[in-house]
Write a protein of this length. Sequence first.
Length: 388
Amino acid sequence: MVSHPKIVALIVAAGQGSRAGGDLPKQFRRIGGRAVLAHAYDGLAAHPAIEAIHIVLGEGQEAEARALLGDRAVAAFVTGADSRRGSVRAGLEAIAAADGADIVLIHDAARPYLPTAMIDRLLAALETAQGAIPALPVADTLVRGADGVMGEGVDRGALYRVQTPQAFRFDTILAAHRGWDERREATDDAQILRGWGHDVLLVQGDERLEKLTYPQDFARAEAMIARTTRVGMGYDVHRLAEDEELWLGGLLIPHDRGLAGHSDADVALHAIVDAILGALAEGDIGSHFPPSDPKWRGASSDKFLAYACDRVAARDGRIEHVDLTIICEAPKIGPHREAMRARIADILAVPVDRVSVKATTTERLGFAGRREGIAAQAVATLSLPALS
Ligand code: MG
């Protein structure tokens, strides 16, 4: 067993958000029918590596936050402090007191849109650093000014806008917070880690991660969080032959014959790959893994499916559901159905209840009926950003 680092998230939701207008703190206002805080939570929870989410709130805000989050699992609600720094410190201490962590992602509640790939980039950067943050180059011209009059221009080449989530080795950021001179303030945790003597890596940020600050930001966020549902279908056939292993649905199944093809010829996984690529409108399995390429000879088809999942993640999509039908006379699929669902769900990194496996015969008609081959068809339902 590979041991995975324990990764937890801390959402800082203690702000009062007065610049955003309205009576409610901005993290409690709704966009697209969900509270901004719930959006921030869902962005983190969508990443399979995050084990637990802790939330720092202002005094007396817990009942409201609980109501807005519904049945989302929260490891702990922590009461924050007057400053952002103090609130994060309280959250880190609560995580330490609970069970600790290897890695913590500290995220602003007021950033409702978090692409899952952003978390992957941060975690990858932490393999060589104690801290990593999303940052974007500055596009606008920058100048100094005083009393309404423009002064010197500022070289923007070395300037970045810093976003969250900010990712840290847990013990190091906790020590940095504990060691911070309380008489100074810091607007983010990367400054605190840097003050503690560690490099913080800059990782490519994302425009969509913008923080909601002003009233007009909410309308823009509505458009940004809108998602669309896409459906794709896939179909595949392989020939049954003697002296072949039968790989089907990612499993090696005992049978007197197996499927022949360039790869392991797992028709079920191939149909799912094509369904996913179809929903993305990104070609088919043959265009990504040409049969003419000797690299894929005998390849295990779970690689193809994992690749299709990566394509979904790259588009910030989610796999909502996969429905597979295997068409064959033999072997019987029933005894393998649950193992197949579990295996496919594992490769797709989705809960097993989002994977359906069905089977049918063709009443001994046609090539499947004559046991000359096995066919499979699949439908994949994806959720993708409406704006992309
Ligand atoms: Mg095939």
